[in-house]
Write a protein that binds this ligand. Sequence first.
Ligand SMILES: Cc1ncc(COP(=O)(O)O)c(C=O)c1O
Length: 393
Amino acid sequence: MTITDIDVAKARAQTPGCERVLHFNNAGAGLLSRAVIETLTEHLRLESLTGSYEAQAAKADALQNVYASFAALLNCRADEIALTDGSTQAWHRAFHAVPLERGDRVLTASNEYNSNWLSLRRTCDRIGCSLEVVPNDVHGQLDVRALTNMLDDRVKLVAITHIATSNGMVNPVEAVGAALRGSNAIYLLDACQSVGQMPMDVERIGCDLLTGAGRKFLRGPRGTGFMYVRRSVLDRIEPAVIDIHAARWTGRDTYAWRADARRFEQMEFNVADRLGLGAAVDHALGWGVDAIEARILGLSTLLRKRLSELPGVEVRDQGTRPSGINTFTLAVRKAEDVMLKLRAQEINCSVTRIDWAWLDLEPRGITEMIRASLHYYNTEEEVERFVQAIARA
Ligand SMILES: Cc1ncc(COP(=O)(O)O)c(C=O)c1O
């Protein structure tokens, strides 16, 4: 089986890490491309030679272009993008901006990201809101009909995750958006694991807020994230924090928020990382996210097939639409031990435990799984080597 469209040899030549590791931990962090590495190091050199603020001023246009790159990636306007230091930070900025009152209802799904869930639970308990989990359908993905039946005027927020950290299933986010059309609820989508591995279009999805990380399938630097804020929702939400970048100090006792989504940012940020993030988005756009998805799906299909042929291995992902995240359980071996054994052979994967995903794993009777997350620079030969390593582990 060969999956073409992407020039894999070129992609690997542009990715120094490919020479050393078999990297199936792209849901943790993708390998950096040379373009990103050069952008990062070049800017650090510039800072050291000219001074940090002066280097930032010299890169003003390039920094501006990062917003335009995200706008192209997500099909939105550049002024609907805010850049952050990570996905959780972006999500919290979005969530804590939504006005919630005692008696309001908040809907989420069983694959909600763990940190999001903790924040939803704590905030709803504190305010006196009801936090409700939309049931899954027979495929294990959010049941849109059940969601529709749960909607009423008291539902103020629907916060769901596109692809979980613990399950390669892809939630039907466009159908959710269609179900919410006309409702008062704000739609917050955690797209941390989907952006960069599949085409994303906020108009088709219909979300009001969307958050993600730079380091995963976008292959950007660690400690980077982003937030999309639909222009029409800007006046219905208010950032929980304010600084001199998010707002203007207009008089002794007055201030005015910035007019755009950057009111969710703060003044200080790592300039090299942000430029590196822009280079990563441009790199993904250069390949084309459709081509990236097609290659990832081809490789994932092959991996799932080969793994399911191994005795004692059960592939666990749910849903009607697969992704680059592949999870499986082993009958007798501890997932952590297997992961470490593979790491000693320079084969990277990761482990998902129940205390990271109670809502997803407990009903399925799973306590731990191995997660193998693939990207377009991985190869069919690596899939085979990985399967053999699992068989031997
Ligand atoms: C679905 C999802 N959301 C959010 C996050 C958190 O991202 P960050 O570590 O950048 O805050 C992760 C990280 O694994 C994730 O998988």
